[in-house]
Design a protein around this ligand. Structure first.
Ligand code: FE2
Length: 339
């Protein structure tokens, strides 16, 4: 049994050398932004005090924030880890337990933050389909705006030893595997993991740990927008603002969400997503091939396969599996650092 079951991701924290440039991007991305005590905070409409933090400094990822159900849970976690429950001296207050994962990522587990009443979301217009025509004598007229960010949904971290990190996160925070991704049979490269909320439905993934070649770091953080129209309006807005597109629009296989990835001015990737899968603790884990991670159900192909001469997927899987097998064979604790 895990020490605690976290209820969701809380925030992602970065540092960047130009807060004004980051702020302009985050506004285009659809956040409400504000500065406090020299840091840049970005929030959605879910009433949470912040979802994204930028501190002045070099362009690096600083920390993953997870949300515990209660301050009592934080005390349990702190006692288990031999650390203190500290005051969270940031907008919304609350408490925090600060941990470091096996790859050196900082994990900030928060609870007791003040929460405002959630704001409104744009209306979901009735959709006419071949099967049903609920919208009659009414038009669709959409304002050209950035997307409306509702909440943070998940983060993807590159790890140096998937099994080691999986054990670390599951033992402390109660994550459940939704889909384990294999480069070849019995050669896992990572897993989409969700929060254990018992009978309450939870997002298909809150954390994806991926053992991939190259430098460690966060691969992306993802934010839920209102609906498909809202996502597409956001896409249009970011394109008009000449922001850097990373991948999208498309519909993923694992998690099923419609996605759209963009890069901030410092190279960090952020995702807009809508219409993802929800599961309860009763739903069993699945094993999926790498092809299901790289492919889309519709939409833009993964950038790796978008060029004129895309590598065959089988070759990519083969070399990834080889890399993982070699690492497994010479199991070592790499001295890589994330900062
Ligand atoms: Fe994602």
């Amino acid at each position: 049994m895990a020490v605690i079951n976290v209820e969701d991701i809380a925030h992602v924290r970065y540092s960047a050398p130009d807060l004004a440039a980051m702020r302009a991007f985050l506004k285009d991305f659809g956040f409400t932004t504000f500065e406090a005590e020299g840091k840049l905070f970005a929030r959605g409409s879910d009433g949470r005090p912040f979802l994204h933090v930028t501190e002045p400094g070099p362009a690096v990822f600083l920390a993953l924030g997870l949300r515990a159900e209660s301050v009592d849970d934080l005390a349990l976690l702190a006692a288990h880890q031999g650390v203190a429950v500290e005051d969270l001296n940031e907008p919304g207050g609350g408490k925090v337990v600060r941990l470091t994962d096996p790859d050196g990522y900082r994990v900030e587990v928060v609870a007791g933050q003040a929460r405002e009443a959630p704001g409104p979301v744009p209306d979901d217009l009735p959709r006419n389909t071949a099967a049903a025509k609920p919208r009659q004598r009414a038009t669709v007229r959409l304002d050209p705006t950035p997307s409306h960010i509702r909440r943070i949904g998940h983060a993807v971290l590159k790890v140096s030893d998937f099994r080691r990190s999986e054990e670390w996160y599951k033992a402390r925070f109660g994550f459940l595997t939704s889909d384990e991704v294999e480069a070849a049979k019995d050669v896992p490269l990572g897993a989409f993991m969700r929060c254990n909320r018992g009978d309450k439905p939870a997002d298909h993934h809150t954390l994806f740990l991926a053992q991939l070649p190259g430098k460690l770091g966060i691969l992306h953080a993802a934010f839920e927008v209102s609906n498909l129209d809202d996502l597409m309006l956001g896409h249009q807005h970011l394109k008009a603002q000449k922001r850097t597109q990373a991948w999208g629009v498309g519909r993923h296989i694992m998690g099923s969400q419609v996605f759209d990835y963009w890069k901030d001015p410092f190279g960090n990737e952020l995702e807009h997503w809508t219409d993802g899968d929800l599961f309860t603790a009763k739903d069993p884990p699945q094993k999926m091939p790498l092809s299901a991670l790289l492919a889309v159900q519709w939409g833009s192909p993964n950038p790796m396969f978008a060029g004129k001469y895309p590598p065959p997927q089988g070759i990519v899987s083969f070399f990834l599996a080889l890399n993982l097998r070699i690492r497994r064979l010479f199991k070592r604790n790499p001295k890589e650092s994330v900062t």
